[in-house]
Design a protein around this ligand. Structure first.
Ligand SMILES: Cc1cc2nc3c(=O)[nH]c(=O)nc-3n(C[C@H](O)[C@H](O)[C@H](O)COP(=O)(O)O)c2cc1C
Length: 387
């Protein structure tokens, strides 16, 4: 088996194994992809501050996110169509997260349903909700997440309207894939993926098919979902969802200090500073650059998490040092899943844990919870002097 040294190795393997349509779906941002690129390059512009002659024994990456113990403060982000990167992908990712001791977040737009994932795991996972116009569907989804014993609701606020990804249009993205000539030629070289897919029945949007009105057949599903996102989402609707859910609530997709203040006033358990991995507002500032001002605005009132651009344990360290209490990875674990299923997700998590542990030690820190701004060298003007 190939030696995996870093997330980039898993990405190469994912590209080779999964159909082009699904690899591209993962590896893309909206429009010019400027924000998608900035998310990673801005992490790279931060430097770690080396410290020597410090006792490095007894290190710990353990922490808590929304009061839940975690082996490291890195959750798996909600990712739509995970079950198209590898057969039964959501179940595999959830099992890997459970074994590792980090939270798994199931997307509304998953292939395996919330009931499927609950049936194949033993501990509660988190559920991500997109707010749709069809209130009956939303209410039903909340009830199903409760019945599946999900321990947090992650409400995504930055996708009420879809940012365009050129590659998805050109590739004719769909689940399951439509067998056009280019798709068939591509699948002919992806037989490992295809054989696994033939063995599973889970090939469409499991949370939606059979539960939402007017989508009995899967071919109408893509158009149903893009028409269904509710452009009227506002704080009033969020309050209705909070009251209906009644449990831990995480608001995902905050990228502005004023919005963060509203979220803190609202009384959620955490916010996720995120630009959806550069898939929505192209031209928005990277999440890591926005993090310090948001932590300064609300860090004493609400738990601040972040995602978008994390590809290593060093990146996790940087986010924590700038004040995040927790982080999420999206593509980093999807590469692992697409490369080698559940084992690939485990390897992605292990790569990140080891990088975090070693980098922390070389920064002279034993405890992940003690990371702070002094562990970094931040270029002057990093946050940007925007008018
Ligand atoms: C292929 C893909 C699908 C995604 N689907 C969802 C989704 O269904 N719901 C959601 O809230 N976020 C979704 N996201 C955004 C992720 O939750 C997360 O914010 C993002 O991946 C973080 O950036 P990173 O991939 O650079 O780590 C998706 C991201 C990717 C890459």
């Amino acid at each position: 088996m190939a030696v995996v040294t870093c997330i980039e190795d898993l990405k190469r393997m994912h590209r080779r194994r999964a159909p082009k349509m699904f690899f591209d779906y993962c590896e893309s941002g909206s429009y010019t992809e400027q924000t998608f690129r900035d998310n990673c390059s801005d992490f790279a512009s931060l430097r770690l501050r080396q410290k020597v002659a410090v006792d490095m024994s007894g290190r710990s990456t353990a922490s808590e996110m929304i009061g839940q113990p975690v082996a490291m403060p890195v959750a798996l982000a909600p990712v739509g169509m995970t079950g198209m990167q590898a057969a039964d992908g959501e179940i595999k990712a959830a099992r890997a997260a459970e074994a590792f001791g980090v939270p798994y977040t199931l997307s509304t737009m998953s292939i395996c349903s919330v009931e499927d994932v609950a049936a194949h795991t033993t501990k509660p996972f988190w559920f991500q909700l997109y707010v749709m116009k069809d209130e009956e569907f939303v209410d039903g989804m909340i009830a199903r997440a409760k019945a599946a014993n999900c321990s947090a609701l992650v409400l995504t606020l930055d996708l009420q309207i879809l940012g365009q990804r050129h590659k998805d249009l050109k590739n004719g993205l769909s689940a399951p894939p439509k067998l056009t000539l280019p798709v068939m030629l591509d699948l002919a070289t992806k037989w490992g993926w295809g054989l696994e897919m033939l063995k599973t029945k889970r090939r469409s949007f499991g949370n939606i098919v059979g539960h939402a009105k007017g989508v009995g057949d899967t071919s109408s599903l893509m158009s149903w979902t893009s028409e269904q996102f509710d452009p009227h989402l506002d704080w009033g609707k969020i309050a209705r969802i909070r009251d209906q859910w009644g449990g831990k609530l995480i608001l995902k997709g905050i990228l502005d200090a004023d919005d963060a203040r509203l979220a803190a006033d609202f009384g959620a358990d955490a916010i996720v500073v995120s630009n959806h991995g550069g898939r929505q507002l192209d031209g928005a500032v990277s999440a890591i650059r926005m993090l310090p001002s948001i932590v300064a605005a609300v860090g004493d009132r609400i738990e601040v998490h972040m995602d978008s651009g994390i590809r290593s344990g060093q990146d996790v360290l940087k986010a924590l040092a700038l004040g995040a209490k927790g982080t999420y990875i999206g593509r980093s674990y999807i590469y692992g899943l697409g490369a080698m299923g559940q084992e690939g997700v485990r390897q992605a998590l292990e790569v990140i844990r080891k990088e975090l542990d070693i980098s922390m030690a070389l920064c002279g820190e034993k405890n992940v919870k003690a990371l702070r701004r002094e562990n970094l060298l931040v270029p002057r003007g990093f946050e940007g002097d925007w008018a």
